[in-house]
Design a protein around this ligand. Structure first.
Ligand code: 5RP
Length: 223
């Protein structure tokens, strides 16, 4: 099976976690796009969605799914999103699609995080994928130096020859060379640096379930 087929498989499998009449938390990325397409087939059974990005909102609305603002909803039953890396405890690195801040917000508003991913995303320890960090531009250089002091190498994410601007009007640093041995401690530490909007380690908002697309079908990991 191709990686794209594995993404389709887990996107469809995630429908099992959607309750009739509910508002669903929806993440961002190519795997989530498969889930959104699957959600379109049962749109009459749900009340709508809370979305984590402009891109996902556009896709949901194009399928006729109502998108609510996060502030209109108290608590969501389930949040479904992909990951750049997930470890065997459900901790993740996210933000490859630059949507990490809204993803963390919607995840925090949800009782359960169901991660959908192909098996290439499952890792022993986080840190091989460049860690995305959303930052306020005036703090970017100092935050880069703080990561360099931890042994990291930092790149300011670009789009069309200019720094990428997120849905929140901020920039993204991608950091390689870090050892993230204790994801919870790492997330706690970096989140406190002035100018960091969101660090792409999801340990406080880790997954409770991962639907992993493998050659032999969907494996369900429960954390
Ligand atoms: C976006 C994300 C995505 O969930 C992550 O990048 C995985 O994306 P894909 O499903 O395209 O591999 O965190 O900010």
């Amino acid at each position: 099976m191709t990686q794209d087929e594995l993404k389709t498989l887990v996107g469809q499998a995630a429908l099992a976690y959607v309750e009739d009449g509910s508002i669903v938390g929806v993440g961002t990325g190519s795997t989530v796009n498969k889930f959104i397409d699957a959600l379109g087939t049962i749109k009459h059974r749900i009340a709508g969605a809370v979305s984590s990005s402009v891109a996902s909102t556009d896709r949901l609305q194009a399928l006729g799914i109502q998108v609510f603002d996060a502030t209109e909803v108290d608590e969501l039953g389930v949040y479904i999103d992909g990951a750049d890396e997930i470890d065997h405890a459900g901790n993740m690195v996210k933000g490859g699609g630059a949507a990490l801040t809204r993803e963390k917000i919607v995840a925090a508003q949800s009782r359960r995080f169901v991660c959908i991913a192909d098996e290439s995303k499952l890792v022993k320890a986080l840190g091989a994928f460049p860690l995305p960090v959303e930052v306020i531009p005036m703090a970017a250089k100092r935050i880069a130096r703080q990561f360099e002091a931890l042994g990291g190498t930092v790149t300011l994410r670009q789009k069309d020859g200019a720094p990428l601007v997120t849905d929140n009007g901020q920039h993204i640093l991608d950091v390689t060379g870090l050892k993230i041995e204790d994801p919870l401690a790492f997330e706690t530490q970096v989140s406190q640096w002035p100018g960091v909007v969101t660090v792409g380690v999801f340990a406080f908002q880790k997954a409770q379930v991962c639907l992993l697309g493998t050659e032999t079908g969907v494996k369900t990991l429960v954390f």
